[in-house]
Design a binder for this molecule. Structure first.
Ligand SMILES: [Mg+2]
Length: 345
């Protein structure tokens, strides 16, 4: 298979602040895999330096390093998992491996004329519940965004915390959203244990669905969870060795890019659920191909257990991108086309 990689840069409509910094643009590395039969598949890496420890240049270099492996793969009769393992031997960078994994699934789906979700399970969900992300930094802006999300049919909104005026913005979100909406907070590991306990105790009266990554590290998260009256999930900490089966949180946020692909994510989800926690998926502000892959994986997971709202309604945050996967009434419908069901930008 021939691998081609193209770099695309997207701007956000407004900058997004989190405890790890401010994001105003995203670099996407879109890959195209073309087989000897001419069948094509598309994938994507969207490394987010500063958040997931990835580096765009390192991901690009890894993809270039995979070229000879992919060129030889068909000749050597390798299947998808064997291709991924051969690529991993060249450079074990999850975001780069995920890009190849997506392109292999997309290519297989296009050849078979089947959506990815239908290749993952017999009974994929038709839609995936998603949260809205409130990006405003001022109270009035947060309240207005929460109100709009509620009016658009979202049942859950997410607010970043650990970035200043948390109490004011969380209260504004609740005021704008009304009593019924689920309010999810994400601290991106900003707090120490004592600080997290104090902050969550203070914010809990607003009515919280869960607090994501209140602090960093398995031991610290376990302690916070034991001391607060709110459900706790891990996101960044889910990348630690042994985190998936540790049972330290009520839920685990998984990402296709950090897992290194769709199959690896489903395996991770099985481990999390076996340890008694719920799983939901999110993007790292991915492009359409990355969002589509997560939707297919989420649709497969929804058929096997409860699925809290996923953080996949993020394409609308980009400026000048026609959103091929819009949320309606708080859900995103699976694209019906073969493979990932969307085209590269
Ligand atoms: Mg998070």
């Amino acid at each position: 298979m021939k691998l081609e990689c193209e770099r695309t840069e997207l701007a956000l409509v407004s900058p997004m602040s989190a405890a790890h910094g401010e994001v105003d643009r995203r670099v996407l590395l879109q890959v195209q895999l073309t087989g000897e039969d001419g069948a094509v598949g598309y994938g994507e890496a969207a490394p987010l330096p500063g958040y997931d420890g990835s580096d765009t240049g390192a991901v690009e270099a890894a993809l270039r390093g995979y070229e000879p492996v992919l060129a030889a793969a068909e000749r050597e009769g390798m299947n998808g998992p064997a291709v991924i393992e051969a690529c991993r031997a060249v450079a074990d960078i999850p975001q780069a491996l995920a890009a190849i994994d997506l392109a292999l699934w997309d290519r297989a789906g296009r050849r078979e004329g089947r959506p990815l979700a239908a290749m993952l399970t017999d009974v994929p969900a038709a839609t995936v519940p998603v949260n809205a992300t409130l990006t405003a930094l001022d109270r009035a802006g947060v309240a207005a965004q929460a109100h709009d999300a509620c009016a658009a049919g979202f049942r859950c909104v997410k607010v970043k915390v650990g970035i200043g005026d948390d109490a004011g913005r969380v209260a504004a979100a609740r005021a704008g959203a009304g009593p019924a909406l689920d309010l999810r907070l994400d601290a991106n590991g900003a707090w120490g244990v004592e600080e997290a306990v104090r902050a969550i105790d203070a914010l809990a009266p607003a009515g919280l669905e869960l607090v994501e990554e209140p602090t960093r590290g398995l031991r610290a998260v376990r302690e916070v969870r034991e001391r607060v009256p709110v459900r706790v999930s891990i996101d960044e900490t889910a990348g630690e060795p042994g985190a998936l089966g540790a049972g330290v949180a009520d839920a685990v946020c998984l990402k296709v890019s950090r897992c290194g692909g769709v199959a690896a994510l489903l395996a991770a989800a099985t481990l999390v659920r076996a340890a008694g926690a719920e799983v939901y998926l999110a993007s790292t502000l991915d492009g359409p191909l990355g969002i589509a892959a997560a939707l297919h994986a989420a649709a497969a997971l929804a058929s096997r257990g409860p699925l809290p709202c996923c953080g996949l309604a993020t394409l609308a945050l980009f400026d000048g991108v026609a959103d091929p996967l819009p949320a309606r009434d708080g859900e995103i419908a699976l694209p019906p086309g073969p493979g990932l069901g969307v085209e590269p930008l």
